[in-house]
Design a protein around this ligand. Structure first.
Ligand code: AMP
Length: 143
């Protein structure tokens, strides 16, 4: 299973925001869409950063509610780690575990073409394990 197969099932829609948006607007968007992170993109669609619910909590703890009026650029992570459609489920799990984040934007030829969350990774991993268990049971039953 690779990223292309995951995107075929979940679709390629990515919730993005412009860099001039406030943290309050990001929070509204996360709540409305029931997601954990948005990708910040420039005018040309290039990835400029990522901001997750954890960043908002950190900003609130540091600066209080005044943080919500700040620009997202003050809070976002600028060094975004991305993946490609050819990356495997195992590679994604290793990246998320080693770097302790739960979102990986998918970039192909410089263009943002999808996003994979830890929820997608766990869902497909469980499906793979179940398929293996079924195949093993059938093998044992019929041998
Ligand atoms: P998350 O676990 O995705 O809520 O994110 C935890 C922290 O990692 C936050 O500071 C995010 O901005 C950051 N983060 C999330 N995804 C990525 C990524 N793909 N590349 C770099 N930083 C990220």
């Amino acid at each position: 299973m690779n990223v292309a197969a995951i995107l075929r099932q979940k679709g390629r829609a990515v919730t993005t925001v412009q860099p001039d948006i406030s943290l309050q607007e990001v929070a509204n968007k996360l709540a409305a869409k029931r997601i954990g992170a948005v990708v910040v993109v420039g005018a040309g669609g290039e990835v400029r950063g990522i901001v997750s619910e954890r960043d908002i909590i950190r900003a609130l703890a540091t600066d209080g509610t005044g943080a919500l009026a700040q620009s997202v650029t003050q809070t976002m992570t600028r060094q975004v780690v991305t993946c490609q459609e050819t990356d495997t489920l195992d590679e994604l799990m290793a990246m998320m575990t080693a770097r302790r984040f739960r979102h990986l934007p998918v970039v192909m030829d410089g263009a943002l073409v999808g996003i994979v969350s830890i929820g997608d990774v766990v869902k497909h991993h469980v499906a793979e394990v179940e398929m293996e268990a079924t195949a093993m049971r059938e093998y044992i039953t019929h041998s």
